[in-house]
Design a protein around this ligand. Structure first.
Ligand SMILES: [Zn+2]
Ligand SMILES: [Zn+2]
Length: 232
């Protein structure tokens, strides 16, 4: 039997299917996010950032990267997690509006420095149970678009979440890293693998750091994290 909550969800999904899409930036109908609207969003590189961890408003490399260098080479995002980009990523994650992801992936691919020369894209995995619940992994959809543009394979499934973790957004910075210790495991990688590690959003970089350690442990030569947006 359907509960009131389920009925509400069914009604919302029916309306979504029937109504034309509305842009998260300008609210006009026609697209979930217009290219022109996305191009008007400020770039993360508008402010000075640490070239390694991508933290804003600090020297490069920042004091914390000097004191404890990350396992990964360098992190990049085209955007900050705000405005239309934030709304588009939240819609993709929680409301199934996944058709904005290839465009966001395209913008992310555009900030990959020439020198990175990745040999594969690896999306940050969701735990099996969460992916089953949601029906897709938004990082894999972004990663697929990035891989396609860069002409390298997107290796879904080599990196796995070994156990379900508490959603990082609910934790403070100090407990985030702890939450992720041994959270990821990786199948052996081909010799010389240069991994472009893709996610939708990054905050402290703790998820990227934990994934990078698993990838390096599995034989990667270098890991370069790339997300659509950084929550500054
Ligand atoms: Zn628009
Ligand atoms: Zn740094």
């Amino acid at each position: 039997m359907l509960r009131a909550m389920d009925l509400h969800l069914v009604a919302t999904e029916l309306l979504d299917a029937l109504l034309p899409q509305r842009c998260v930036a300008c609210e006009r109908f026609g697209s979930a996010l217009h290219l022109a609207c996305l191009e008007a969003e400020p770039a993360a590189s508008d402010e000075p950032r640490c070239g390694q961890c991508w933290r804003p408003g600090v020297a490069s490399p920042c004091a914390s990267c000097v004191a404890a260098p990350p396992a990964f080479e360098a992190l990049r995002t085209p955007y900050r997690f705000e405005g239309a980009v934030r709304r588009a990523l939240l819609e993709a994650k929680f409301r199934g509006v996944t058709n904005v992801l290839p465009l966001l992936g395209e913008r992310a691919a555009a900030v990959v420095p020439e020198a990175w020369q990745p040999t594969m894209v690896v999306p940050v995995p969701l735990h099996r149970s969460r992916e089953r619940e949601r029906g897709y992994n938004q990082a894999a959809l972004i990663g697929g678009a990035v891989a396609c543009i860069l002409g390298v394979p997107c290796e879904v499934g080599v990196l796995k979440r070994a156990r379900a973790t508490v959603p990082q957004a609910t934790l403070r910075a100090a407990t985030r890293a702890q939450n992720l210790t041994h959270a990821f495991e990786c199948a052996p990688l081909p010799a010389g693998a240069r991994v472009l590690l893709v996610d939708d959003v990054t905050t402290t970089g703790a998820t990227f750091e934990a994934c990078a350690r698993a990838l390096l442990g599995a034989g990667a030569t270098a890991v370069f994290p790339l997300a659509v947006a950084r929550e500054d």
